[in-house]
Design a protein around this ligand. Structure first.
Ligand code: CAA
Length: 260
């Protein structure tokens, strides 16, 4: 598929989506958001894809936020529509039935941190910087940052980041529990591909149920969440892949999962 602002490639069951506006530090304008949305649709419709990596072009930025050039002339109503598109696109990432890895290769600011927060795992280069600097522009985060960041790193740290607009470095993000791993910049993509390949080898229906159980359960009370998990376990026990996984263990061989 050809897009103006993103590069989309699929290799060995792993899709890589690269925001490709390096001269704008991969800032998200309305067209880029639409293209990402279109890509998510393509990923959703392709059962061969088992994991997604999202990253930014160049060695400086993952995504430096929503495009300020595009936003400066937006009215409140236009911004609400843009924010609604952003929220929808991020929600659809969250709800993909496969895991999504954010490979944060530099600045992840505003919408960049917000997009990373909607991914399953965040892996950062040692030169990555995270932040929600919207307050410095006289606005507030509009792609879910005020909600997902406190849920991820706790109220006190999130308040400080949102109220000051200051960036944190990769090591601090790791200490806050915001990122899974930090690697030297030159190793980031190789490490993400290794991780993605590992996830892509797992039983797809079990992966889907695990993701759904985590995402749904974290929003509700524990008793209902545990009931949800029990239902999910029941479902995965009906799959061919359950038979294959357990049989392969007993036969001391690698399982061949087929997603059925
Ligand atoms: N929107 C539009 N253009 C941007 C941009 C953005 N978010 N971020 C960077 N750029 C542009 C710069 O204007 C610059 O363009 P020119 O070459 O034409 O001058 C180019 O990208 C390179 O950037 P800098 O020269 O500024 O690079 P730097 O190394 O000096 O600084 C930076 C890097 C600290 C990331 C700085 O660019 C910056 O602070 N960017 C803005 C970050 C920001 O405020 N993001 C939040 C946006 S609001 C938002 O995201 C709302 C939401 O919740 C969805």
């Amino acid at each position: 598929m050809d897009y103006a602002n993103i590069i989309f490639a699929v290799e060995e069951r792993v899709a890589t989506l690269t925001i490709n506006r390096p001269d704008r530090l991969n800032a998200l304008n309305p067209q880029t958001m639409e293209e990402i949305g279109d890509c998510i649709g393509a990923i959703h419709g392709n059962r061969e894809i088992r994991c997604v990596i999202i990253t930014g072009s160049g060695d400086k930025a993952f995504i430096a936020g929503a495009d300020i050039t595009a936003m400066v002339t937006m009215s409140g109503f236009e911004e609400k529509a843009f924010a609604a598109t952003g929220l929808d696109v991020l929600r659809r990432f969250e709800q993909l039935p496969i895991p999504v890895i954010a490979a944060v290769n530099g600045y992840a600011l505003g919408g960049g941190t917000e997009l990373a927060l909607a991914c399953d795992l965040i892996v950062a280069s040692d030169n990555a910087r995270f932040g929600l600097p919207e307050i410095k522009l006289g606005i507030i985060p509009g792609f879910g940052g005020t909600q997902r960041l406190p849920r991820r790193i706790g109220l006190l740290r999130a308040r400080e980041m949102i109220y000051t607009g200051d960036m944190i470095d990769a090591q601090t993000a790791f200490d806050y529990g915001l990122v899974n791993h930090v690697y030297p910049a030159a190793e980031l993509m190789d490490e993400c591909r290794v991780l993605a390949a590992k996830l892509a080898r797992q039983a797809p229906l079990a992966m889907q149920q695990a993701k759904t159980a985590i995402n749904a359960g974290i929003e509700i009370d524990l008793d209902n969440a545990l009931r949800f998990e029990t239902e999910s376990v029941g479902l995965v026990f009906t799959t061919e892949d359950k038979k294959e996984g357990m049989t392969a263990f007993l036969e001391k061989r690698e399982p061949r999962f087929r997603g059925v």
